[in-house]
Design a protein around this ligand. Structure first.
Ligand code: FAD
Length: 566
């Protein structure tokens, strides 16, 4: 579907709402002075978070246009896809982090960074409440307030425990660098403890039972890394206990890696089975104590297994500050912040949200589709030509990129069949189609449309998109480049955000990776592992981290992984 050619140019006078700049149409005398004063007063942009979304936004923003302040409790960007490699020492922690001040300095411009966390967002007064986490005595308790004109929320998510008792107290998570470092130490502690004298066999076995709860990409990658670490390095160093090691992956669903193609899931399950990694699907963990994990299964009922170390990796949940913010803007019943297709938070002014803490709300897909049909159909009596249908689809797809993917993949073939069935040649402009039939064909789009995945790919593309919008704010005052508005006249200022999927990897250990690339192209094996190495090396944020990561990989090839309990 192509974008429609732009219509006549419209001069739109926008207020600060939606984060827009104030544009003045009248250039005469005192108005001109007033507007130049306003123009010189830069808008205050506050960015929360220095992860994938926040850092990509900062890297691409023309910071000379705004007064930018960045808040984050960590003063670095971390390349999260390599976190599982840190858990076993394949890559060192400092190789995947880049100080945020270095990134800011490289950009030039005047960006201020404050190492603090935001604990409250006040959209009514356009303020954020922050607290320093490094023990300063600001205001008696380390707290301070920042004003904003535009707020960019990119604070990611936290691990989701589903309120399962004992998880927070006894399980490791794998979200941050510190988590990965703790896991690395804990793995080594388990081996050292299991090797101590005077322990009985059962206790040694328990110590060396590593349990991963959650069969998603992170859990599976960690299981594969751990298996490699044990078989390639630790089995040589701990010969007396190596046969007692057990790795289990517990998954509540029917399969692991369900977001991947079925062929990859099957390959991964078979590979794990061959290597002795126990994959327990259909098991839901209900409680974790210091020594046992209790789970239930439809056929076997409740059972407990002893464990030495557990990693909880069952998906992401909302951070408390976002929950509080959602309550203030009538989004309390949601799981993540809802934005429109321009990444503006629904229900408040000048606030944008991107990355894992937000989702583009699809609530109104069918309502909008009906509206677009109504507009298109106003001169017809219940029928549209194929050309008009394609225009309607253009409108829908501009607003809802996921609908486009969906239509292209499955529904479109039905629609094409429908057009063919109704009048024959689909190319003919004069062919007509019953709108009601057509609507019926689209009716299940609402339920089929899925939210964007919570990945670095989405977060980075959103950061890049929003920065480009901010850079063009002024130009688009006069030349709005977005699609026609359907509820009012004129055009949207910008094209909506469109996600482009470049594929995904699932490293499965033993130098084998599964790659699922666009166009349903699947590759599994060593060649994909090399593709993985090249992609992850090229995606590093700086030449420094790129060089460090590559040298870590080489060190591992030559000397193996380091097993010190540091
Ligand atoms: P984050 O990158 O999590 O950044 C959030 C930022 O907000 C951080 O700087 C944090 O310090 C800051 N922050 C937190 N609380 C506050 C606060 N109160 N105030 C201010 N700042 C705050 N995705 C992929 O596409 N490919 C992969 O291979 C992949 N592998 C992954 C492996 C692991 C182990 C994990 C955990 C994730 C992986 N992901 C991967 C997912 C990816 O990391 C996330 O989707 C991505 O980090 C989301 O980016 P974000 O900017 O929304 O959040």
């Amino acid at each position: 579907f192509h974008h429609r050619p732009s219509f006549s140019k419209l001069v739109v006078i926008l207020t600060a709402s939606g984060g827009g700049l104030v544009a003045y149409a009248d250039s005469k005398s005192d108005h001109a002075i007033e507007s130049s004063q306003v123009a010189h007063k830069k808008k205050k942009v506050v960015v929360l978070g220095t992860g994938w979304a926040g850092t990509t936004f900062l890297k691409n923003l023309d910071s000379s246009l705004y007064d930018v302040q960045v808040i984050s409790p960590r003063n670095y960007f971390a390349f999260t896809p390599l976190l599982p490699s840190i858990t076993c020492g394949t890559v060192e922690p400092r190789s995947i982090v880049e100080p945020i001040r270095k990134i800011i300095k490289k950009k030039g411009g005047d960006i201020k960074f404050w190492e603090a966390e935001c604990f409250k967002i006040d959209p009514t007064n356009k303020k954020v409440h922050c607290r320093s986490n490094i023990g300063t005595n600001l205001d008696g308790n380390g707290e301070f307030l920042l004003d904003y004109d535009c707020l960019v929320i990119a604070i990611g998510a936290r691990a989701n425990t589903f309120n399962t008792p004992g998880v927070v107290e006894h399980c490791h998570f794998l979200k941050e660098i510190e988590d990965a470092q703790k896991i690395r130490r804990s793995v080594m502690d388990c081996f050292e403890r299991a090797s101590l004298p005077y322990l009985d066999e059962e206790e040694r076995k328990r110590m060396l039972h590593f349990v991963i709860v959650g069969g998603g990409p992170t859990g599976v990658e960690f299981a594969a890394e751990l298996h490699d670490f044990v078989s390639e390095d630790l089995s040589k160093l701990y010969p007396t206990v190596r046969d007692l090691v057990k790795i289990s992956v517990i998954e509540a669903g029917e399969h692991i890696l369900t977001m991947f193609d079925r062929r990859i899931t099957k390959f991964a399950e078979e590979k794990f089975q061959r290597e002795g990694i126990a994959v327990k699907t259909g098991f839901k963990v209900v409680e974790v104590s210091d020594k046992d994990i209790t789970m239930t299964n439809a056929s076997t009922g409740k059972m407990s297994v002893p464990y030495g170390m557990a990693v909880w990796s069952t998906g992401i949940g909302t951070r408390p500050v976002i929950m509080d913010f959602m309550k203030q803007i009538d989004q309390a019943n949601r799981r993540v912040l809802a934005t429109d297709e321009w990444l503006r938070v629904r229900g408040c002014d000048g606030v944008y949200a991107l990355g894992d803490c937000a989702t583009i709300s699809q609530r109104k897909v069918m309502e909008d589709i009906s509206l677009i049909f109504k507009v298109a159909d106003k001169d017809h009596s219940g029928t549209l030509t194929v050309k008009e249908i394609q225009d309607v689809l253009d409108d829908i797809c501009i607003r809802y990129p996921q609908v486009e993917l969906y239509l292209k993949s499955k529904q479109m073939s039905n629609i094409v069949d429908l057009i063919k069935d109704s009048k024959g040649d689909v190319q003919k402009e004069s062919v007509e189609l019953d709108i009601e039939e057509f609507k019926k064909a689209l009716a299940n789009v609402d339920s089929q449309v899925k939210n964007l995945p919570a990945t670095a790919q989405v977060a980075a593309q959103q950061g890049n998109y929003l920065a480009r919008c901010f850079n063009k704010m002024k130009d688009t005052d006069e030349n709005p480049e977005g699609p026609l508005r359907i509820r009012e006249s004129g055009r949207h200022r910008f094209r909506p955000f469109r996600y482009k999927h470049f594929g995904q990897f699932a490293p499965l250990g033993g130098e084998q990776t599964a790659a699922q690339l666009p166009g349903d192209w699947i590759s599994i094996g060593q060649s994909s592992q090399w593709l993985w190495y090249s992609v992850y090396a090229s995606k590093q944020v700086s030449w420094r981290t790129r060089a460090l990561v590559i040298s870590d990989w080489m060190k591992r090839f030559i000397f193996g992984r380091d097993s010190s309990c540091l």
